[in-house]
Design a protein around this ligand. Structure first.
Ligand code: AMP
Ligand code: MG
Length: 391
């Protein structure tokens, strides 16, 4: 049995490959750029009016003749004399001969003549070519997360496809004779299968939608075959249940026979003691405990940082937040505890239903309170490290 810290270090140090793919910009929200993007155009591409008004060449005069109109999208580059103005609108091309745009609010117009009330500074109300970014300059660096603004920025540069880190392909295998699909009748002795939908919801929340599912009975051959097929096609295989020491727990034996290298088995923690981690070729395998709360806690603590890293997001697990305990706790187990908790502004409450089989309070929690294996007594007001759910 190894410590939580040790288990996390083993996962972090296990070598991995980062793939990349080219996808349409529309599909790239929240993904991570795998190459730096440079602007292939100036933005703005031409001198634009920033206002509805009149383009002129600045002089001391205040009266001008309006000789034409340039609205957004027009291409006409009017030639202007010193006493001439062009009616322009926001986003429209400003004629090369003009150096200033006067807001229409500062102009009196009669027929095709205007008189200016307030003359702005030379260059006013014009967005210069390349003012936002010039052709050839760095637009967004490799490693940038494509938030909504980044997607918009790349679109305004005319970019329709981007190269991003691939998201890992994940398989979920649930094991257990007792598992019945939700929506069907529940015969005596059976329970509804909940880990597949729970884990798949967690995967979906971090953008991983390419998920394969498989359910197997507690049977060695079936377990081995299911794992073998999922190993081939996925970057990460999550197996739920069957990893303890019961007579019908076949997952570990199957993994060993399939040549998946065991990198650790059993962690000094509660819940989730029988957690198993290994790798075959480029595929990572987690043997998660079957108890739903254990499976989810192991996902948050161990699986999430690996998945995020594979997707280019860095080795980022849940956010760590220190908070004052609103509870006292006696940790006689000698294990690191991950407790279902509710994090307030600067303090944290413990929830009922800490059993690893229970999800009813987990469903209302927003954090896990972590009690270190060496902490025996925790008093009200002591600082507790919490892992805050960010999805
Ligand atoms: P196991 O790790 O296979 O010994 O399972 C531990 C407990 O978790 C047992 O009570 C199982 O019935 C339950 N369990 C295992 N897999 C699931 C699942 N996919 N959905 C809900 N409960 C499960
Ligand atoms: Mg089982």
């Amino acid at each position: 049995m190894i410590s939580v810290q040790n288990a996390l270090e083993i996962i972090e140090k296990t070598s991995r490959n980062y793939g990349s793919e080219t996808i349409s910009l529309e599909a790239a929200a929240n993904r991570i750029l795998s190459t730096t993007v440079y602007a292939t155009i100036n933005m703005p591409p031409f001198r634009q009016s920033a206002m509805d008004g009149y383009a002129i060449r600045q002089t001391t005069r205040i009266a001008f003749n309006v000789i034409g109109e340039s609205k957004a999208g027009d291409a006409n580059n009017f030639s202007l004399n010193a006493d001439e103005a062009v009616r322009v609108f926001t986003g429209a091309l400003v004629p090369d001969d003009a150096d200033t745009v006067i807001m229409q609010e500062h102009v009196e117009r009669e027929g095709e003549k205007i008189q200016i009330n307030t003359m702005p500074k030379k260059g006013a109300n014009i967005r210069n070519t390349g003012e936002q970014i010039s052709k050839g300059n760095l637009a967004l660096a490799k490693g940038t997360r494509l938030n909504s603004a980044a997607i918009g920025f790349l679109a305004c540069l005319g970019i329709a496809e981007v190269s991003v880190f691939t998201l890992p392909k994940v398989a979920i295998i649930v094991t257990g004779n007792e598992l019945q699909e939700p929506g069907k009748n529940l015969p005596i002795g059976k329970i509804y299968e909940s880990n597949a939908s729970m884990l798949s919801a967690a995967l979906g929340a971090i953008g991983i939608l390419d998920v394969q599912f498989c359910k197997v009975e507690d049977d060695f051959t079936a377990t081995k075959e299911a794992i073998a097929s999922k190993l081939l096609e996925n970057d990460v295989v999550l197996i739920s249940g069957g990893i303890s020491v019961g007579d019908y727990d076949f997952v570990r034996k199957a993994l060993v026979e399939l040549g998946v290298e065991e990198l650790f088995y059993k962690v000094n923690q509660k819940p989730g003691k029988p957690l198993w981690f290994g790798k075959k070729d480029t595929t990572f395998v987690f043997g998660l405990p079957g108890n739903p709360a254990s499976a989810l806690t192991c996902f948050y603590v161990y699986v999430l940082p690996l998945l995020r890293d594979l997707g280019g997001y860095g080795k980022t697990g849940l956010e760590k937040v220190s908070a004052k305990a609103n509870f006292s706790f006696h940790n006689k187990s000698g294990k690191t505890l991950f407790l279902k908790a509710y994090l307030g502004n600067d303090s944290v409450d413990l929830l009922d239903g800490q059993s690893s089989a229970m999800l009813h309070t987990y469903a209302k929690s927003n954090a896990l309170a972590c009690v270190d294996a060496n902490t025996v007594n925790l008093s009200v007001g002591d600082i507790v490290e919490c892992l805050k759910f960010d999805f």
